[in-house]
Write a protein that binds this ligand. Structure first.
Ligand code: ATP
Ligand code: MG
Length: 427
């Protein structure tokens, strides 16, 4: 997939996601309004029923007798002769409960004539009760009119949101799932693209690396076939050793690639033994003897570890030391001076590989341990390599319970420190 296609996909999906968001908000808003209407209807029905009950009471003969008796004593009957505060309270409560409105409310009967509340539970909320749109005339119960029953729900929005909880929750949940999966898919695509680029680089690099020794050895073989070379023992020796050297190089390159492939497959069996680091380091350094002489490299050893033992697979541990010294030489173009130290720190043996080479900038210090990663140097790679070495080192170090630390500045050398726990050692 090329960059343009990826960008188009990102654009289309982002637009769709951006479109879903307002649509979803609109639907939740509509659902909220619907719930509000439902709530208003329930309140209306509840209060209508309250008023109806007082109306029925008015036609009750016992009640009428009571009114007649009262009207003999009083000049004019008042609203509280028709509506008893305690009864009103219990009827309102009961009717709201019947309509499944189980929430905090305040209510009162307001007299327009006197401009004040006369009955109910209205203290401190008179203003709000006057503004509420739940107002019901009591003209049918008490004439002259001008009496209103008002009810107020202080946390109405909260109740409605609570009723819609599931929908709001599901909307947010699905939207989040969509956004997260979108981000995940984009990251995966970009990551895969990067991996595919790295793999292409690796294949190009490998072809180039293999081509050189193959070309050199076939040239040497061609030379051997010549009469004059065949007759000359020295020349014969020279060309055959070129073929052997190039073959060895090819072999070690193939081995390196295979080794990482085997590690990646996770099928590798380690032969774990108690290893003496100081001895192994000496062996590895010996294998560099020829190169040290030929390339005028200074390699200093300071093996101070008093407990040089830890548990590991000798062949792999040898390889990782080899890789680190190889890198120290490869990436130190001017008079390579390499120090290898071993010492003990807090239950660990530390093996430090320090060079005076080109160093690694902070930006790439974590990446150098990734598979196939090479610090970018434009299109030209003056130093050959596959970008496998440090990945292999890190995998093996992790495998044997160790850790790796890199101290480096661009242009100021590098120091790779390996820490292995010595306390696993069986003495
Ligand atoms: N001692 C060092 N000094 C400076 N840069 C280094 C050093 N060691 C490694 N690097 C950088 O880290 C990169 C990764 O190193 P690594 O050993 O994994 O790969 P390589 O040396 O390029 O190839 P390979 O080891 O597979 O032949 C190198 O390409 C180089 O840019
Ligand atoms: Mg390397």
């Amino acid at each position: 997939m090329n960059k343009k296609t990826i960008l188009i996909i990102i654009f289309i999906t982002s637009t769709a996601l951006a479109g879903i968001l307002p649509t979803q908000i609109y639907w939740v808003g509509t659902a909220f309004k619907f719930k509000e209407e439902q709530f208003d209807n329930s309140v209306r029905m509840a209060l209508k029923s309250v008023i109806n009950q007082f109306l029925q009471n008015k036609t009750d003969t016992v009640f009428q007798k009571k009114l007649i008796a009262l009207s003999c004593r009083k000049q004019k009957l008042s609203i509280d002769d028709y509506i008893d505060n305690l009864i009103l309270d219990s009827i309102v409560k009961n009717e709201l409960k019947c309509m499944e409105i189980n929430t905090v409310y305040r209510y009162g009967i307001y007299s327009k004539y006197n401009n004040r509340f006369v009955l109910g539970d209205y203290k401190d909320v008179e203003r709000e009760l006057l503004d509420t749109h739940y107002q019901f005339s009591l003209a049918s119960i008490y004439k002259p009119g001008d009496y209103y029953l008002s009810i107020l729900f202080t946390n109405k929005t909260h109740i409605l949101l609570h009723r819609m909880e599931l929908w709001v929750f599901l909307s947010i949940l699905f939207l989040l799932i969509l956004i997260i999966s979108f981000i995940f898919v984009i990251f995966t695509i970009l990551h895969q693209k990067k991996i595919s680029e790295i793999k292409t680089d690796f294949i190009n690099n490998m072809t180039h690396e293999f081509k050189t020794p193959i070309a050199t050895s076939s040239l040497a073989a061609e030379m051997i076939q010549k009469e004059e070379v065949m007759a000359n023992r020295n020349k014969l020796m020279k060309y055959s050793s070129i073929i052997l050297d190039e073959n060895n190089r090819l072999q070690s390159q193939v081995e390196q690639v295979l080794q990482v492939a085997i590690l990646e497959s996770g099928k590798h069996q380690y032969k774990i033994r108690r290893l003496n680091t100081n001895e192994i380091i000496k062996d590895v350094v010996n294998s560099f003897e020829l190169r040290i002489k030929e390339e005028n490299i200074k390699l200093e050893l300071q093996l101070d570890a008093t407990n040089p033992f830890f548990m590991g697979d000798k062949a792999h541990i040898l390889n990782i030391y080899y890789n680190l010294i190889d890198n120290a030489i490869k990436y130190s173009p001017n008079n390579p001076t390499i120090f290898v130290y071993t010492y003990n720190v807090g239950g660990n043996i530390v093996i430090s590989f320090k060079d005076n080479g080109i160093g690694i900038s902070k930006e790439y210090q974590n990446n150098v341990f990734k598979n196939l990663f090479r610090v970018p140097t434009g299109n030209i790679h003056e130093v050959r390599g596959f970008g496998l070495g440090l990945y292999y080192v890190k995998t093996i170090v992790d495998q044997f319970g160790g850790r790796i630390e890199l101290v480096s500045e661009l242009g100021d050398g590098s120091n790779f420190k390996l820490f292995f726990p010595t306390n696993q050692t069986k003495n």
